[in-house]
Design a protein around this ligand. Structure first.
Ligand code: KG4
Ligand code: ZN
Length: 365
């Protein structure tokens, strides 16, 4: 555990997908931290007619909303820019137009207020959220399940990730969203499938569970979506069976997540004797059935489960601000020249900021 250093107060900005968000967080590693404000503006209505996120619409909506959201976050926190220790923003991965809006705004605020800039990897922000909410100590085993990612990793520290397994095709959130479309449910798919599944019979349809029992901790989910499609298109498909299919789909996802997580737990236990924290993060971790199933697995395997509350599993800026707190306390700041990145694997999450280590190019911090 690192020595306790002075608490940091950080403004976080998140614009990598379809949420425009700003938050102020105060705290010290390893947490928990204090969320002084957490404003999230969802663009659901703007994208709903298209059945998914339209990058150009998202970027425009971020431009229109972000200034007011940042003001609101500062006002709710009861502080001004001068009270901040740093300004943090998601710099990737994500839809590049949106990421540019958030990062550029953070750069402008950083320059205007003479506060250091911190460029955050969105996945690292998800990964560290359990420290903000629960004070999870390193190392921990992480299951990261979001719209674009499905990974098991050992997390040893800020920027220190060891990949145990990843999806070889679709991410879990993607599987939920595609299944939702096949079932005729509106965007965003995940929560709607979960809602429908609650009323359904999970044993009605026998769906595949790819990779179960395989060595390693990789996932495969595209076969599941294909099987759902075949059922929906079959001659005797009956719309009344939608809830049963949603429930059967979710049951298959649970089995896959449990099997792969159990395999990763065995490896983690061998590599980090004595460590027993299992963290679940990312939007899909908001799913109650998945939370309960993984909590049950942990109880059987002797792990302690740490899952942030649902509103901090889906995209938000408190997680970005918190990642900023952790970077700032380690002296990891970024230059104003730091570039947004559409792709940015977690294993490349740099220690020392994106390009510079120690302090920003202006020598602040
Ligand atoms: O982390 P997130 O908000 O954005 C990304 O970084 O991708 O995750 C969004 C994903 C979407 O695929 C959404 O359908 C899924 O998380 N999701 C859920 C639930 N809430 C959000 N999936 C299943 N059940 C939920 N309750
Ligand atoms: Zn996310």
């Amino acid at each position: 555990m690192m020595d306790r250093v002075r608490a940091f107060t950080v403004l976080g900005i998140e614009t990598s997908c379809d949420e425009t968000a700003a938050a102020v967080v105060r705290g010290s590693a390893p947490g928990p931290g204090e969320i002084l404000s957490n404003i999230v503006l969802s663009q659901i209505e703007a994208h709903q007619p298209y059945g998914g996120v339209v990058p150009e619409i998202a970027a425009r909506a971020h431009v229109e909303a972000l200034d007011a959201i940042v003001e609101e976050a500062l006002a709710k926190a009861g502080i001004g820019l001068t009270d901040l220790d740093a300004v943090a923003a998601t710099a990737g991965p994500g839809l590049i137009g949106g990421v540019m809006v958030g990062l550029t705004t953070a750069k402008a605020l950083s320059l205007a207020a003479d506060k250091p800039l911190i460029a955050i990897n969105h996945l690292e922000a998800h990964a560290l959220t359990a420290r903000l909410t629960n004070g999870a100590e390193f190392p921990f085993l992480l299951l990261l399940i979001s719209g674009g990612h499905c990974q098991l990793l050992a997390v040893e520290g800020v920027g220190r990730f060891h990949l145990y397994g990843t999806t070889i095709d679709d991410a879990v959130g993607e599987a939920f969203d595609k299944t939702a479309k096949l079932l005729g449910l509106p965007y965003p798919g995940g929560p709607n499938v979960e809602g429908l599944a609650r009323r359904g019979n999970p044993h009605r349809f026998a769906l595949p569970r790819p990779m179960l029992g395989r060595d390693g901790a990789d996932f495969s989910l595209s076969g599941l979506k294909t099987a759902v499609r075949q059922i929906v298109r079959s001659e005797n498909w009956d719309d009344d069976a939608r809830a049963d299919l949603a429930a059967s789909f979710q049951a298959a996802v649970l089995d896959i997540l449990i099997d792969r997580s159990a395999a990763a737990m065995a490896r983690f236990r061998a590599e980090f004797p004595g460590a027993d924290t299992f963290v679940v993060a990312g939007g899909v971790a908001a799913n109650t059935a998945i939370r309960n199933a993984l909590t049950g697995l942990c109880a059987r395997e002797g792990f302690e489960t740490k899952i942030p509350p649902p509103r901090l599993c889906t995209d938000n800026a408190a997680m970005v601000a918190w990642a900023g707190v952790e970077h700032g306390q380690l002296g990891l700041f970024d230059a104003l020249t730091v570039a947004p990145r559409a792709r940015w694997p977690l294993q490349d999450a740099p220690v020392g900021g994106s390009q510079f280590s120690g302090a920003s190019e202006r020598g602040v911090g």
